[in-house]
Ligand binder design. Structure first.
Ligand SMILES: O=C(O)C1=C[C@@H](OP(=O)(O)O)[C@@H](O)[C@H](O)C1
Ligand SMILES: C=C(OP(=O)(O)O)C(=O)O
Length: 430
C-alpha cells in the first residue's frame, strides 16, 4: 500500500482559499433537478466522488445530466420521467445518496437495486426503510432490510406522520421525498433540528413545506419546477482550514465563500467558546438563499469546552477536526451525545481516538463521544490511517502539520470523496 508522507512542523499557513461546493447541497441539487420539470443549472457543484455517484445513479434512472464549463445541467422530467434502471445503482461511499434516493425510488412504479462500497455495507438502513414501510414502501435487504444490497419495489405511497428516533437529516430528507409523491399529508417530527437544505430546496423548486417548532409537513402530489442553484462552499470542508489556522503558529487564512446556514455552523460556536481568533464577513445578498460569507482565522490561544446536546447535529461531521482542536486547548474538552459518530464512514469515535493517540494526543473514547486533555504537543513519528474515511484523512493531515516527527498516511485517496483539492489547497497556504 502506498503511503503519503504528510507535511510536518509547519511554521505558518497564510493566504486565501475558495472553499469547494457543499456536499449536502450538491447531492440535493441533482435529486431535485431530476424530479422537477425543466432545466436546472447548478453552479459551484462539488465534483467529489460522493456527488459524482449521485449523478451516475440519476443517469441510470434515465435523467440527462451534463457537465459543462464548471456547471452541472440537469434535464428533469418530473417524478414520472424517472425510468427503471437496467443496472444496479452504485452509491459508492455515499450515505446521503443511498438514504435520500430511497425516498424517491420507493414511490416510483419500478424495481431498483442499490449497492455501495464496503463502508456503506456496514451502515444502518432500517432507519430509512422502516419509516418508508409506513408509507407503503417495499424495500428488502440483508439482515431484515438493515444492510445493502437493497432492492426497492416502488409503488403509490400514502403520507404518514413519523417521529424520528434519532436526529438525522438523511432520514428526514428521504421521508420528504416520499411525502412529495405520496397521497395526502406527511408530517415529520425531529428530536433536534438538523440541516434544512431539503426544506429550502423544496421551496426553491416552487414547492410548499411548512416548518413549525420541531415538525415539518408537506402535502403529497406536488410538482416541482426547475431552477438555477448556486452551491455555497462547504463549511464541513472549511472546518479543516479553520482549525489549521487556529492551531498552526503565525497563521492567517482567508476562507472565501463558506456556507453559514445555522443548521450547519456549530463549529463556529465551538471555536468562539474556545476563544479562537476569527472574523466572519457575511456576503449573502439574497435572504431566500443559503447564507454565505468569508471567514478569516488566525493562530489562537485556546481553552477547553463541552460539546453536547442540540449543537451535535449542527457539527456532526466536524467532530473529528474539533477533537484535534481540543488537543491544542488548555484543559479538558468533553464531547458527548454523539453516538451517531459510530455509524458514519467509520466508527468515528474509535478512528479519531486511535489515530490521534498514535500522534501523542491525550484522548479517550466514551460510549457517546470522547474526552480530550490539552494542551498536548503532538509528536508523530508514526503511520496513521484514514481507514477509508475522508474526514479522518483530512483531520490527520492537519494534525501532522503540528507534529515534529515524520507522519505517514495510509489510504489518503479517501479524501476525494468530499474534497479532491484538499492537498493542493493546503500546499497553496504553505
Ligand atoms: O443530509 C445530509 O446531507 C447529511 C446528514 C448527516 O447525516 P445524518 O443524517 O445521518 O445525521 C451528515 O453526517 C452527512 O454527512 C450528510
Ligand atoms: C457522514 C458523511 O457522509 P455520508 O453520510 O453521506 O456518507 C460525511 O460526509 O461525513
Amino acid at each position: 500500500m502506498e503511503l503519503k508522507n504528510l507535511q510536518t512542523g509547519l511554521s505558518n499557513l497564510r493566504g486565501e482559499i475558495s472553499i469547494p461546493g457543499d456536499k449536502s447541497i450538491s447531492h440535493r441539487s441533482i435529486m431535485f433537478g431530476a424530479i422537477a420539470e425543466g432545466k436546472t443549472v447548478v453552479a459551484n457543484f462539488l465534483l467529489g466522488e460522493d456527488c459524482l455517484s449521485t449523478i451516475e445513479c440519476f443517469r441510470k434512472l434515465g435523467v440527462q445530466i451534463e457537465q459543462k464549463d464548471g456547471e452541472v445541467i440537469v434535464h428533469g422530467k418530473g417524478f414520472d420521467g424517472l425510468m427503471e434502471p437496467s443496472d444496479i445503482l452504485d452509491v459508492g461511499n455515499s450515505g446521503t445518496t443511498i438514504r435520500l434516493i430511497m425516498g424517491i425510488l420507493s414511490g416510483r412504479p419500478f424495481h431498483s437495486v442499490l449497492l455501495g462500497d464496503e463502508s456503506i455495507a456496514k451502515r444502518p438502513m432500517t432507519r430509512v426503510t422502516k419509516p418508508l414501510a409506513q408509507f407503503g414502501a417495499v424495500i428488502n435487504g440483508r439482515n431484515n432490510g438493515e444492510f445493502t444490497p437493497l432492492s426497492v419495489a416502488g409503488r403509490q405511497l400514502k403520507g404518514a406522520v413519523y417521529e424520528l428516533p434519532v436526529a438525522s437529516a438523511q432520514v428526514k430528507s428521504a421521508l420528504l421525498f416520499a411525502g412529495l409523491q405520496a397521497e395526502g399529508k406527511t408530517t415529520i417530527i425531529e428530536p433536534e433540528k438538523t440541516r434544512d437544505h431539503t426544506e429550502r430546496m423544496i421551496r426553491a423548486f416552487g414547492g410548499t413545506v411548512n416548518v413549525n417548532e420541531g415538525s415539518i409537513s408537506i402535502d403529497g402530489g406536488q410538482s416541482l419546477t426547475a431552477t438555477d442553484i448556486y452551491v455555497p462552499g462547504d463549511i464541513s470542508s472549511a472546518a479543516f482550514f479553520l482549525v489549521a489556522g487556529a492551531i498552526i503558529p503565525n497563521s492567517e487564512i482567508h476562507l472565501k465563500n463558506v456556507g453559514l446556514n445555522s443548521t450547519r455552523s456549530g463549529i463556529i460556536d465551538v471555536m468562539s467558546a474556545m476563544g479562537a481568533d476569527f472574523d466572519i464577513i457575511p456576503t449573502t445578498t439574497d435572504v431566500d438563499k443559503e447564507p454565505v460569507g468569508d471567514i478569516i482565522v488566525r493562530s489562537s490561544s485556546l481553552k477547553a469546552t463541552v460539546v453536547s446536546g442540540t449543537i451535535i447535529p449542527r457539527l456532526i461531521d466536524e467532530i473529528p477536526i474539533i477533537a484535534l482542536l481540543a488537543t491544542q486547548a488548555e484543559g479538558t474538552t468533553v464531547i458527548k451525545d454523539a453516538e451517531e459518530l459510530k455509524v458514519k464512514e467509520t466508527n468515528r469515535i474509535d478512528t479519531v481516538v486511535n489515530e490521534l493517540k498514535k500522534l501523542g494526543a491525550q484522548i479517550e473514547a466514551t460510549p457517546d463521544g470522547m474526552i480530550i486533555k490539552g494542551k498536548t504537543k503532538l509528536k508523530g513519528g508514526s503511520t496513521v490511517s484514514s481507514h477509508g474515511d475522508h474526514r479522518i484523512g483530512m483531520m490527520l493531515a492537519i494534525a501532522a502539520a503540528i507534529c515534529s516527527d515524520k507522519v505517514l498516511l495510509e489510504k489518503e485517496e479517501a479524501i476525494s470523496v468530499s474534497y479532491p483539492n484538499f492537498f493542493a489547497h493546503l500546499e497553496s497556504l504553505m
